[in-house]
Design a protein around this ligand. Structure first.
Ligand code: G7M
Length: 374
């Protein structure tokens, strides 16, 4: 059996043959992102070790639709509009034409990611289904989230391999080696590295004791400011991107509990930028400037997926899947009224309101309506 990918060193990489993948089931199929996640095995290596293969169609590069070389000197790049293009006409109706075209081989690439051997937690992560929002108070973090993530989280081996220059060394875009304020900037696994339009970089801090946003306080402002400025400078230098067009943010909850910032262009809707998951680096810095222990005091919402063990732990503490209507303001008012009795000083209009509310029928426990899987 090969070493797990996360434990491998440059000389000891897993040696699966992607063409020998045997499908067990489809974990998710996202028609918007044009990506599909598959669970299966590499039977020539092991019948039992699970593998996840993710295929994602590449975004278009503007140069791929060029019809002439950019300049006389520059060699001709692959283009859709060449003799290699295979065209099947579906129909032509009046001024409208519909075709299926197969471009040249160079333009048919599919970005593929393999996780082998994949753990149950990886399978859970790639089988996205029902999602629930949790409002995590600092108390709930201490009581439920922290013990859970201390005992069960993805291995950080790949992160340490990067920080220790054991893997992905040639992909590093920038490094500041300072142990307190330094970080490594490199392409995220998800970026195909082809299109600057959908550039996706990670800034991984050298400090080892910061799991997530929750651990940040004002003493980390130098680190965060350095991360913001140095990453912007390095990206401008390497990719020519205007720093004001970059989105820099943390995930909460992240998948990997070693502090890292996500960076992509604002005009590109990168996966995982939803408001329930992302915290802008600018906002984080500002929150800490205003309140040094903001992230030890804040209630932070986050999303849990069906099948996640943490969801079960939260369910034990408070209803998550089953909707129990909270004691509404109106009921509270009714209770308060019946407990306190009406005061003669109270305006008549308000008294009438209270009497009406008291007649509201008892709300029942209801199951959350089922949603289609993502
Ligand atoms: O959700 P979270 O903030 O933990 O995101 C972690 C990010 O790390 C994701 O965007 C992943 O695509 C990225 N990532 C995960 N792995 C295992 C690797 C890796 O091995 N190399 C690189 N460069 N990025 C990774």
């Amino acid at each position: 059996m090969p070493e797990p990918a996360e434990k491998s060193t440059e000389s000891n990489l897993p040696t699966y043959d992607l063409s020998k993948f045997r499908l067990k089931r489809i974990l998710s199929n996202n028609s918007v992102r044009k990506s599909i996640s598959l669970l299966g095995t590499f039977p020539d290596l092991s019948e039992t070790d699970d593998a996840i293969v993710v295929f994602e169609k590449n975004a278009y590069r503007e140069s791929d639709v060029a019809t002439q070389p950019l300049s006389e000197e520059s060699p001709k790049k692959p283009s859709y509009f060449s003799a290699d293009l295979k065209v099947d006409t579906e129909f032509v109706n009046n001024i409208y034409g519909s075709y299926q075209v197969v471009p040249s081989r160079d333009l048919c690439g599919v970005k593929s990611t393999v996780i082998y051997p994949a753990t149950d937690k990886h399978i859970e992560k790639y089988s996205i289904c029902q999602k629930y929002l949790i409002r995590e108070t600092p108390e709930l973090y201490e009581k439920i989230t922290l013990p859970y993530l201390s005992s069960s989280q993805f291995s950080l081996e790949w992160v340490y391999n990067i920080l220790e220059h054991k893997q992905e060394t040639e992909r590093i875009v920038f490094e500041d080696k300072d142990p307190e304020t330094g970080f490594i900037l490199l392409p995220d696994l998800k970026w195909d590295g082809r299109n600057v339009e959908n550039l996706y970089l990670l800034g991984i801090v050298h400090k080892h004791d910061l799991k997530s946003l929750r651990d940040l306080n004002a003493s980390h402002l130098d680190l965060l400011r350095n991360l913001r400025q140095s990453a912007k400078d390095a990206i401008f230098k390497r990719y020519g991107l205007n720093p004001n067009q970059l989105r820099m943010y943390f995930h909460y909850q992240p998948s990997f509990y070693h502090l890292h910032v996500h960076i992509n262009p604002v005009r590109n809707d990168a996966p995982g930028i939803w408001c329930e998951k992302s915290h802008m680096l600018d906002t984080v810095i500002n929150n800490l400037e205003l309140l040094p222990d903001y992230y030890q005091r804040a209630t932070l919402p986050f999303v849990l997926y069906e099948g996640n063990k943490l969801l079960e732990l939260y369910e034990k503490e408070q209803p998550v899947r089953v909707v129990v209507p909270a004691e509404s303001e109106s009921e509270k008012a009714t209770v308060a009224a019946s407990e306190e009795g009406f005061s003669d000083d109270e305006p008549e209009e308000r008294q009438c309101k209270r009497i009406k509310l008291a007649a509201t029928p008892e709300p029942k426990e209801v199951e959350a309506p089922a949603q289609a899987c993502a």
